[in-house]
Write a protein that binds this ligand. Structure first.
Ligand code: IVH
Length: 499
């Protein structure tokens, strides 16, 4: 613990972090238009939380670290939740997950069982049933007061309007997540683009934007689904002692419950589940951003209790981030073997999805236009399918004042001949067969894995040899001598790129 008075820079940083976090919270929860990637938001929150832990004198009840979600808007009627809808604490690593587990065992003793569930990346919803009939659906809002979205939620696939037949509890509150499948999100954005409407940044924003429509016919036209994962207030239900029993009961009543939910006897088993979910996260058809781990036994839960923000008996293990923002420094065009001109983004290097990204293909003229990015923009970068870096789009609020839309260069950046886009074609091409870039790519292709597979002769080394005047075509490879190669200094990496 440290005294804050001696550190004015800490006081200033905390104030700054709180302002920035409030700003981004508003965008995320109230207008469904985030400006930064989730992982960056988490980083800001974590920095603030760490500073407040180190300098407890600077804690404050109105800090974003004490708050849940966003304030309800005025578009929908306000609903006071029957019981607060709490948030979850996060674990960003196995160590943090283990530390949480150790705290649980310390308080509740050995032998605590856990239930691990995919952490759905949608929006939390509370469904209230009276005598088996759906009477109200509300968003989480600030945790105490949410928005009444009943009419819209009735249009969501999987939301039962009646449950339990004659044996339904007098009062039943079920909580879950409304989400949009990835394929439906892609299709929706395609339709939005065709209609000249704005595009959604990700499936969660599409789900939130679709659910918070004034006209429920619009919500009905969007493919939304539901998974339930928690009970709220119940009056007149059966006695249930564990979370796994609750989930089974919900299934029996007709609520959709995620099939990838397991009970685990210890945290090693939970960890293996987290790993397995992470490896299949892109095959599920919907987005998850982690695993929620919960204590199974309800009596143990009650003993553990909750803080004002989150229960102690659950934690969200977050997968490492796959989306970041960075600056788009330039858009350049590379020329391939067949003359195809491919625009690509030159990015301020950014670590995303496990590696540093400094370039990303933009495919062709139409794709640049579709993404709407300009040189100088702050852009969101992610790994498509975990591997290929992709520029998702710009953060418009950070666009420099005097930026202009990018236009495809008229001439080949390497040989200067015209770049031509023929009718019906998506790509521009350099038609000069002697273009040095095409020459280089032809030789690299010849040496590459799909042709002669010459070990150690990749594009960079071909460029080195072409630039040294030693290679003009693939045939020249066969007359290279040791004397040719020695002056090149032991295969130093080429600094020049023909692109
Ligand atoms: S349980 C008090 N289970 O994550 C615990 N939440 O970051 C209530 N979420 O507000 C939540 N998947 O919107 C729970 N399987 C899951 C979940 C889940 C996604 C969301 C939920 C919650 C947020 C907290």
């Amino acid at each position: 613990m440290a005294a804050a008075g001696e550190h004015p820079e800490v006081v200033a940083r905390i104030a700054e972090l709180r302002d920035v976090i409030r700003h981004h919270s508003r965008l995320y929860y109230e207008s469904d238009e985030p400006e930064i990637a989730d992982a960056e938001f988490d980083d800001l929150m974590r920095e603030l939380r760490e500073l407040e832990e180190r300098y407890p004198a600077l804690r404050s009840a109105d800090s974003p670290t004490e708050k849940i979600g966003g304030a309800p808007t005025t578009t929908f009627a306000a609903v006071t939740h029957l019981a607060p809808m709490l948030s979850l604490d996060n674990a960003f690593s196995r160590d943090e997950l283990d530390a949480w587990g150790a705290r649980i065992v310390k308080r509740a003793g050995e032998g605590v069982g856990f239930v691990a569930e995919p952490k759905m990346d949608g929006l939390a919803i509370s469904l209230v049933y009276e005598a088996g009939r759906l009477v109200r659906a509300a968003t989480r809002g600030d945790g105490v007061t949410g928005e009444d979205v009943t009419a819209n939620v009735r249009t969501v696939q999987g939301v039962p309007s009646r449950v339990g037949g004659g044996s339904s509890p007098v009062l039943l509150e079920v909580r879950g997540e409304v989400y949009m499948p990835v394929a439906s999100f892609t299709e929706l954005n395609r339709r939005q683009a065709d209609a000249g409407e704005h595009l959604f940044a990700n499936p969660r924003n599409a789900a939130a934007g679709s659910l918070r429509q004034k006209d429920s016919r619009i919500t009905a036209s969007r493919d939304l689904s539901l998974f339930c994962y928690q009970l709220g207030v119940v009056e007149g239900g059966p006695h249930l002692g564990t979370h796994i029993e609750i989930l089974q009961w919900l299934r029996d009543l007709g609520f959709p419950v995620n099939p990838h939910i397991d009970r685990h006897d210890d945290l090693d088993s939970v960890s293996r589940f987290c790993e397995s979910m992470e490896s299949k996260r892109h095959d599920l058809g919907y987005e998850i951003d982690g695993v929620v781990v919960k204590v199974d036994d309800l009596a143990v839960r009650a003993a553990l209790g909750a803080t004002s923000r989150a229960p102690r008996w659950a934690i969200a293990y977050k997968f490492p981030p796959e989306e970041k923002t960075t600056r788009l420094l330039d858009i350049r065009v590379s020329i391939g073997r067949t003359g195809r001109a491919t625009p690509f983004a030159v990015l301020e290097p950014v670590f995303v999805g496990g590696s540093t990204v400094e370039m990303a293909t933009l495919h062709n003229q139409d794709e640049v236009a579709r993404r709407g990015v300009r040189v100088g923009d702050t852009v969101i970068v992610r790994k498509a399918g975990d591997v290929i870096p992709e520029v998702v789009g710009p953060v418009l609020s950070k666009r420099p004042k005097r930026s202009t839309p990018w236009t495809f260069p008229a001439d080949c950046p390497v040989c200067g001949s015209a770049l031509v886009r023929q009718e019906g074609e998506a790509n521009h091409r350099c038609l000069n067969a002697d273009c040095p870039a095409r020459q280089l790519q032809r030789i690299a292709h010849f040496a590459g894995r799909n042709a002669m597979d010459i070990e150690g002769l990749g594009e960079e080394r071909v460029a080195l040899l072409v630039n040294a005047g030693l290679l003009h075509d693939a045939g020249d490879l066969y007359s290279l001598t040791v004397e040719d190669l020695v002056p090149l200094g032991g295969w130093r990496r080429s600094r020049r790129r023909v692109s």
